[in-house]
Unconditional design. Structure first.
Length: 198
């Protein structure tokens, strides 16, 4: 008898938890996606018709009725506006269009990376040429290049006399790059930014 009571209590708790989880998931869904039809509970909304015509400010019920008459959905497209902006559209089609536009925008977007090349004040000519070739490769791909001249120990005393290394570096890639930020001292290093010539 006691075992049955405990089991019944466990079942009740698990049912409550599943309802809570279901409500939480439903809430998240309505917040993340656009609100449609019955989810819109505003007293007044600025309504846009299916053809894109401004229908003015109407009550939420009136907007819902007009959407039902047209056999379409009422979608809140600008929830932060006062009053919120709603549009009469086919929700499935509208959502598909939005996803397609986002994909198109992502295709057109280009992520520009900043590649770093580190030099030292007593760098050999061959090593410098190798670094210049690497910079050329990065610049041709459309990336920005950060050239860092690092000073160790007593080298810091000759910081100004080593600036010519960065100037020579910029000069050697001047056919494909421009200096975006001139050499600047940052702690124990001097940095310069190069970008592709447009």
């Amino acid at each position: 008898m006691r075992f049955r009571q405990i089991r019944f209590r466990l079942l009740k708790v698990s049912q409550v938890d599943s309802y809570a989880i279901h409500f939480f998931l439903w809430r998240c869904k309505t917040i993340s996606d656009l609100m449609i039809n019955e989810q819109i509970r505003d007293k007044e909304v600025r309504l846009i018709g299916e053809d894109g015509a401004q229908l003015g400010i109407v009550s939420g019920r009136e907007a819902m009725r007009m959407a039902e008459e047209a056999g379409l959905d009422l979608v809140k497209i600008a929830p932060t506006a006062k009053p919120p902006v709603c549009k009469i559209v086919d929700y499935g089609k509208y959502k598909y269009e939005q996803i397609r536009k986002e994909k198109e925008a992502k295709k057109k977007q280009r992520v520009i990376e900043i590649k770093e090349i580190r030099l030292s004040p007593n760098i050999d000519t061959n090593d410098l040429n190798t670094k210049i070739n690497s910079a050329r490769k990065f610049l041709s791909k459309g990336d920005k290049v950060k050239v860092t001249l690092r000073f160790r120990g007593r080298e810091i005393a000759h910081m100004n006399s080593s600036r010519h290394i960065l100037d020579d570096f910029a000069e050697s890639v001047s056919d494909i790059a421009v200096v975006e930020k001139a050499p600047k001292v940052e702690g124990r290093s001097m940095t310069m930014f190069l970008t592709e010539k447009r």
